[in-house]
Design a protein around this ligand. Structure first.
Ligand SMILES: [Zn+2]
Length: 215
């Protein structure tokens, strides 16, 4: 893909997430790693529904602003993921309703916030650790994320939202949607008050061989 094709795709996928309610206002940010190693990111205070290709920010892996509008203040979080995962080429960070609700549960397991109950979730996400709460945009938050970002497809930021990576932007968006849908199902099941049959360890192990981005 050319740089312009990446810009166009980021604008289109941002708008798609926005119109379907995955983000509101200026919440959430998206980035991708270009073939030259630099990062294309949504600008600070931008709305995913109203991005413009020419405004997208370019920065290097140290966070130095190269062109476009100033990048999202959460760029250090994205950079931490890219540094931890050489095969990650896109990061989607949202404050979507159900994943964020899950991130705010006091009794969530920080090692894995969702015990799998559907196979597609296992293939797209797998384990979902939770980074403790830190003020958004801070060095403390990106340092904490760096510690767990190395071997997972996604993680939650406590009381904040989700971070999902992918080999491509399309991969990261698909996995983000899968995570949000699964979190929604989790709350539906929880409110039903009925017992849930989770996948067994054997069933999960069997699916691991079909994982789209092995880690
Ligand atoms: Zn955020």
């Amino acid at each position: 893909m050319t740089e312009m094709e990446h810009r166009t795709q980021l604008v289109e996928l941002g708008a798609s997430l926005f119109v379907r309610g995955y983000s509101v206002g200026s919440a959430g940010n998206i980035s991708l790693r270009l073939p030259d190693g630099n990062i294309m990111a949504t600008p600070t205070n931008s709305c995913l529904g109203r991005l413009f290709a020419r405004d997208l920010s370019l920065a290097d892996m140290e966070g130095k602003h190269l062109s476009g509008l100033a990048p999202t203040r959460e760029l250090p979080l994205h950079l931490a993921v890219y540094k931890a995962q050489p095969d990650c080429n896109a990061v989607v960070h949202l404050h979507s309703s159900y994943a964020t609700a899950l991130s705010a549960l006091a009794d969530v397991d920080p090692e894995n916030a969702l015990t799998p109950f559907t196979p597609y979730y296992v293939m797209k996400i797998g384990r979902l650790p939770v980074v403790p709460y830190y003020k958004p945009g801070t060095r403390e938050l990106s340092a904490a994320a760096a510690k767990i970002a190395g071997n997972v497809n996604a993680f939650l930021l406590a009381n904040h939202g989700s971070v999902v990576c992918g080999a491509s932007l399309v991969d990261a968006v698909n996995s983000t949607e899968e995570l949000e849908e699964t979190a929604k199902l989790y709350f539906l099941l929880r409110s039903s008050g009925r017992p849930v049959r989770h996948l067994t360890a054997e069933e999960i192990a069997d699916l691991a061989s079909h994982k789209e981005v092995p880690r």
